[in-house]
Unconditional design. Structure first.
Lengths: 345, 345
DNA sequence: CTGAAAGCGCTTACAG
DNA sequence: CTGAAAGCGCTTACAG
């Protein structure tokens, strides 16, 4: 109970004394060492271990073998469901290889990121970095790292290993869905350019829509100032009220939270979804089903991404260098709900 | 870079050799030991530390001093925003006391919970347990723990220290809001009885509504089978279609996700919110603003709860036993949105 | 003010 | 098959 004086945890020595063998023998037995131990001794040791409820101290083991059996993970925002799923995937893969996963959130702040990096690095064998790579400071800190790391949902400079989803395929899925419904004027709500996934999706959007419209300007891109609903709402308003321009009949949002705000703002402006404007969002979440109008989304394989990142990192601890870029083969899925329809005639 | 051979990390010994002093002196300087060191020596050591970019190895330090400077946290579900906020609060408090916070998710599964407990316990100085206490196995495991722990958002058996929000006040807030609007027939969507917060809220609901209605049965309680939207929807349907009974004019949901499902199901059944039925949910989240009808909620001070739990735990590491029950003084807030209105005449 | 020694709890060659 | 020794990188009395 909190505050109560703790009993002493039994040590290897306690076991060895009770079993009347040297500690090294106990260690060997517990680590399944190849070198054989007499069956009787073996059993005696196991009995004592059982009796004392002995668990090796992982800290001491770490110091001795130079491995912590721990993986670290840096994430930008715990409240974003995408990361929750990546964590789940990474945690499973770690557990399967008998590693503990620990993580820290960094926000969108370079100082916090660097501090968390410093704190985590000496305690783990490898690091999964899903946080946005900020300025050079973070890149330098990472490249000075003495342990392997892998980027997740990010691409780094040079040949830094990274695991990403197929953002381009996801964007194409969304645009083709809208085009298939007959839309030709599709707007895009993008976000801060420094976030690499956002930049890629914007490029993919431009590429996918370029043949759709007679004029490039029919498929405008606006940048939301942040990744939250309010910024999405404001961006939507800009798209819907461009002066002298025809209003887009559909909008593709780079983030689910943008879509939440965008849909709300559209309704507030008297623009109906999907009758007047269709909306598709990148990234899926259960809430999409429960909005004013259930939201059509592109679902990325976040759990699979987290799992793969952990697996590759674990592999690199065993000396198998990971490929510099892994695009998860599990393709994005389009979840068609009620926010998309053919444009009004 | 992942896979690249690591440079050797400088050790205390590297510093002491370069500075031509014994390692113990370096250790003293770095730990700000009271015993004085000659100013010149002091400076020389700091210079070398700087030059080598030396950082003490926390693992070795842990083994030596018997403290890891790490706190652990067990949470049931990363995807529940409430825990995200508790983590944030706990992380801040930990960082302020120079501790790292590591956590693991347990799901709603006793086996997983016990495994995570075993993995975490030897690596941390204390534990924050926000996971649902399952059967006796988990309680036993906790009571056998050799480190202090504190429950968060849970109450344990006996005098186990715990930090909770004022659930009763939150329930009262919701019920009084509805009563003030004129509602007399208020239903409650509760959940699995083994979750202690849910059980408490149910009791508080019964207490708060008992004087409201002529017949107890006018304020019925139904249990959702799980804590998800679908279960909430089914529970709502049961409330709306009780045979031979008048339908409640308002419903209080024990969880936000229940409210999501409940609202959707009401609409699907042709019951309008709030015209035909008002809905209030326990727990708040940004999404409440973006639903078909923006949802009135009770907001609990989750970040403050997480922070307080960490603070008390840190205190107990310093020998200040925490009180057995801490109800956070920051009161719940009622966020009135559009899902509540006076009952139809 | 400084250094030598022992110890934290493990693992791992190396001898026997 | 078993044991003694050294070492992982620190800290902390204890002498001088």
């Amino acid at each position: 109970m909190a505050g109560r004086a703790a009993r002493r945890r039994p040590t290897l020595r306690d076991v060895s004394e009770l079993a009347k063998v040297d500690a090294s023998i106990v260690s060997r037995v517990l680590n399944g060492e190849a070198r054989r131990v007499a069956p009787a001794t073996h059993q005696r040791i196991l009995d004592v271990v059982e009796q004392l409820n002995y668990e090796p101290n992982p800290i001491a083991r770490s110091l001795s073998v130079g491995r912590t059996q721990t993986l670290g993970m840096l994430i930008p925002d715990l409240r974003n469901l995408a990361y929750g799923n990546m964590i789940l995937g990474a945690e499973q893969a770690s557990a399967e290889s008998d590693h503990v996963l620990i993580f820290a959130s960094t926000g969108d702040d370079e100082t916090v990121m660097n501090r968390q990096l410093e704190r985590l690095a000496p305690r783990v064998d490898g690091l999964i970095v899903a946080s946005v790579l900020q300025g050079g400071g973070t890149r330098d800190a990472l490249s000075r790292l003495r342990i392997p790391f892998i980027l997740l949902n990010r691409r780094g400079p040079g040949r830094w290993p990274a695991v990403v989803g197929d953002d381009e395929a996801g964007v194409t899925l969304a645009v083709e869905h809208l085009a298939g419904l007959g839309h030709r004027r599709i707007g895009h709500i993008s976000g801060p350019a420094r976030v690499d996934t956002i930049a890629r999706r914007r490029k993919a959007f431009v590429a996918a829509t370029t043949h759709l419209a007679p004029a490039r300007d029919d498929c405008p891109v606006v940048r939301a100032a942040a990744i939250d609903a309010e910024a999405g709402a404001d961006a939507m308003e800009r798209l819907l009220t461009r002066r002298g321009r025809r209003r887009p009949t559909a909008v593709f949002c780079v983030a689910l939270v943008h879509a939440l705000g965008a849909m709300r703002r559209a309704l507030d402006l008297g623009v109906r979804v999907p009758e007047d404007v269709s909306i598709v969002a990148f990234d899926d979440a259960p809430v999409a089903d429960y909005l004013a109008t259930a939201l059509t989304t592109v679902r990325m394989p976040h759990a699979a991404m987290g799992r793969r990142a952990a697996e590759l990192l674990l592999g690199s601890l065993d000396g198998e260098p990971p490929p510099s870029l892994t695009v998860i083969d599990h393709p994005p899925e389009l979840i068609v709900r009620n926010s998309t329809a053919a444009p009004a005639a």
